[in-house]
Design a protein around this ligand. Structure first.
Ligand code: FE2
Length: 297
């Protein structure tokens, strides 16, 4: 390994706080719980997990977005997504919905179950200024499109976005080629198992533990990250960690930062206050969801 190679240390812990969103869905928010707690280009990460239908049954009725991408990863449960463009996506356990709101979308995400566990994540990823007003697009990714790779040391990794790189194997996930080049892995490790993964040194990266715990960093200098905590990683060219004695399940997320100003008002994320005011006017007038004029020639 080159002398510059360095495992990323745990720089900051953002503990998830209980909150609710939509029509009263209970969730835990780590990144994005305040505007100070973002990690460019990641704006927000919500975890929802409950066996109690009262915590999720109200769902997320029709609401708008502009200027960024929303990624729903459903681990357990069944949700129906519908939007103003006529897309319908039936999300079952293990499925992902990758929606690029662009200039505007109005959509709903409603539970299709009245009992049982509902568990998953919603991640918001910012779009660069030049893509904030592109037409909305949407991709439903079924569980069988998401590679699941067994690890030699036990455990497994699901590759949702970017490419899983483990010794001797390179396994691309279904989402590739976005401007922010996101890496989105779901990693499950048995007790005390180690895991190493390259992360480009100019990318921002974090880990969100949702079962068990992990010690982040090289074995001699690991720092503990507990369940329901996001761990923002310092600079380096790889992630190194070890699962706690109860094992670990976590998301590893990394992406190219945009380095652009962020102005957010609820579901609108733009670069300036004027653009936010425009988004609100466009939503109120119906322009947000009107098809953009197609150039005649
Ligand atoms: Fe939404």
């Amino acid at each position: 390994m080159a002398a510059s190679g360095r495992a990323r240390a745990l720089q900051k812990i953002v503990e998830a706080h209980p909150t609710s969103d939509g029509a009263g869905v209970k969730l835990r928010r780590s990144l994005g719980r305040s505007q100070m707690e973002r990690l460019d280009p990641f704006l927000m990460l919500d975890e929802f997990s409950s066996f109690d239908p009262n915590d999720y049954i109200a769902g997320f009725p029709a609401h708008p977005h502009r200027g960024f991408e929303t990624v729903t990863y459903l681990i357990d449960g069944h949700m129906l997504h519908e939007d103003h463009l006529g897309h319908r996506g039936d999300l079952k356990s293990g499925a992902v919905q990758w929606m690029s709101a662009g200039r505007g979308i109005v959509h709903s995400e409603m539970p299709q179950q009245e009992q049982g566990r509902m568990r998953g994540f919603q991640l918001w990823i910012n779009l660069p200024a030049r893509e904030k007003m592109k037409p909305a697009s949407y991709r439903d990714i079924s569980p069988d499109e998401i590679p699941s790779v067994e690890l030699a040391q036990g455990g497994r990794v699901k590759a949702i976005a970017g490419t899983l790189e483990i010794p001797g194997r390179s396994v691309p996930g279904p989402i590739q080629g976005l401007s922010t080049d996101p890496l989105y892995l779901d990693v499950e490790l048995p007790a005390l198992a180690s895991f190493t993964h390259p992360v480009k040194s100019d990318y921002n990266a974090f880990i969100y533990v949702f079962e068990g715990g992990a010690s982040i960093g090289p074995p001699s200098a690991g720092k503990d990250l507990a369940t329901h905590c996001a761990g923002v990683l310092a600079s380096g060219d790889r992630v190194e960690l070890r699962a706690a004695s109860e094992g670990a399940r976590f998301l590893l997320l990394a992406a190219r930062p945009l380095g652009e100003p962020v102005v957010q008002y609820g579901p609108f994320v733009m670069n300036t206050r004027e653009e936010i005011e425009q988004a609100i006017r466009d939503y109120q007038s119906g322009e947000l969801t009107r098809a953009p004029a197609v150039a005649a020639r």
